[in-house]
Design a protein around this ligand. Structure first.
Ligand SMILES: NC(=O)c1ccc[n+]([C@@H]2O[C@H](COP(=O)([O-])OP(=O)(O)OC[C@H]3O[C@@H](n4cnc5c(N)ncnc54)[C@H](O)[C@@H]3O)[C@@H](O)[C@H]2O)c1
Length: 443
């Protein structure tokens, strides 16, 4: 079976590479020539643990290839996955421009049966739109060619994407025909050895499942952040509360961590898009509106705490920032809480010394050259002569710093822990002022 994956980003490259690893013949397609040229030269355009070795191995074994020319491979493959971006439009809805571009190219060039599968996160009704877009192009050409559309939303997590794809909890597939079901069952068969479940359903339900999953996870995070604020006010400790409720099997332990807000390419845009879809159907998703609002406030929390500590006088202060990517093990900076924080710090007249183990280039690209930001080569350089250290992203290497070295390097030993990873008692005993999220302090 031959497969094309259109869109060679976080989802497309991982999908294509993992299918190739299972023995399939895969061509990865992208309109970004620079990206495709890099991949052909063995340079992986994103940071994703374990991906580089797999790409190089499957490319050199000839199962994985790269091209910018979708038209040239449409009639050589049985299945085309569309994994292009679906960024938010100005009104919050998912912009389907790229998805429909791919559909048009398929309709303009197909000469035989093909199964078109949407892997991107798309609103309910998109598969029908993809179908009518392809059909229109076939009608223009006066051709009657059978094809199927299906929905196979992706649930991988950046930072653990290869493992998630190889060992998913489940694979959700929305189909409209037995033929499509058979083809996708065959495609995912090699993964069955790992005993995961493939859940077949109708297409609209599959499209909705992805949004509902992300909305639920975002809700858990905002819920815990909301409860964390109350913990601070009443003198409770959110970490204890998390341990207490997470051990209830009805609740479970995942996604209960209070912090400085969720970011990334998925939760913010998917929550927005779901609210928009609902409003188009006259349904008011009040819970998700609150989830968004709480998250927007939470992204400001570190700045607010810092400002409170210095009684609003931040001009001229030097602030070290550890962690810039939206979460550990990725270089993705989309909607990262660090961006909101750094913009506020700069506005308040602070000097920012920023460090991230992987996302430095991406951060530099997004934040540009600013005289008040220094991107340091080392995590300790970021705290030299600083008036505070703000931990934004909980990379493993930040977990056990040498506190004695830190104490000597910092001008003011003030640690503001946005991910609750440090031991308050240990730091206080060492003479640091320590604050985190969801716990009351006696300054
Ligand atoms: N990133 C994640 O963790 C994740 C997880 C699950 C689902 N998703 C969803 O998957 C989709 C892709 O996300 P991503 O993070 O991989 O995006 P991305 O921005 O990393 O990659 C998208 C790629 O598509 C390419 N592209 C755009 N138009 C094209 C066209 N006409 N032909 C060929 N290539 C084209 C772009 O150049 C880009 O390389 C989105 O809908 C996203 O919501 C993402």
């Amino acid at each position: 079976m031959k497969t094309a994956i259109v869109g060679t980003g976080y989802v497309g490259l991982v999908t294509g590479t993992c299918f190739a690893e299972m023995g399939l013949n895969v061509v990865c397609v992208d309109i970004d020539k620079n990206k495709i040229d890099k991949l052909k030269d063995g340079i992986i355009p994103i940071y994703e643990p374990g991906l580089e070795e797999l790409v190089k191995k499957n490319y050199s074994d000839g199962r994985l290839s790269f091209t910018t020319d979708l038209a040239s491979c449409i009639n050589d493959v049985d299945i085309i996955f569309s994994a292009v971006g679906t960024p938010p439009d100005e009104d919050g809805s998912a912009d389907l421009k790229y998805v429909l571009d791919v559909a048009r190219t398929i309709g303009k060039n197909m000469t035989r049966y093909v199964l078109v599968v949407t892997k991107s996160t798309v609103p309910v009704g998109t598969a029908a739109l993809v179908r009518s877009t392809i059909q229109k192009e076939l009608d223009k050409r006066g051709l009657e060619i059978e094809f199927d559309v299906a929905s196979n939303p992706e649930f991988l997590k950046e930072g653990n994407a290869v493992n998630d794809f190889m060992h998913p909890d489940r694979v959700v597939v929305g189909v409209e025909s037995e033929k499509a079901k058979k083809l996708l069952s065959k495609l995912y068969k090699p993964f069955m050895i790992n005993n995961f479940r493939i859940i077949f359903m109708d297409v609209p339900s599959a499209e909705m499942t992805k949004y509902a999953a992300n909305a639920m996870l975002a809700t858990r995070i905002s819920f815990m952040n909301n409860i964390a604020s109350l913990c601070e006010a009443v003198g409770a400790d959110i970490n204890m509360v998390r341990a207490g409720i997470g051990s209830d099997t009805r609740i479970g332990k995942s996604f209960l961590y209070a912090g400085c807000g969720y970011g990334g390419s998925c939760f913010p845009k998917d929550v927005k898009a779901l609210i928009k879809t609902a409003s188009e159907h006259h349904v008011d998703l009040e819970i998700l509106k609150a989830v968004e609002k709480v998250n927007a406030e939470q992204k400001k929390i570190l700045f607010r705490k810092l400002s409170d500590y210095y009684h609003g006088d931040l001009a001229g202060k030097t602030v070290g920032v550890w962690g810039l990517s939206f979460k550990p093990e990725t270089d993705d900076m989309r909607e990262a809480p660090s961006l909101v924080l750094i913009h506020s710090l700069l506005q308040a007249g602070c000097k920012v010394k920023a460090y991230d183990p992987i996302a430095m280039n991406e951060a530099h690209r997004i934040l540009g050259n600013h005289e008040a930001i220094v991107f340091t080569d080392d995590m300790y350089d970021a705290v030299l002569d600083s008036d505070a250290l703000l931990l934004v992203t909980e990379w493993k290497q930040f977990r056990l710093p040498s506190w004695s070295v830190m104490k000597k390097l910092m001008r003011t030993p003030y640690i503001l822990d946005g991910r609750n990873i440090y031991d308050a008692d240990e730091l206080t005993q060492m003479g640091f002022v320590y604050e985190c999220i969801g716990r009351a302090y006696n300054r």
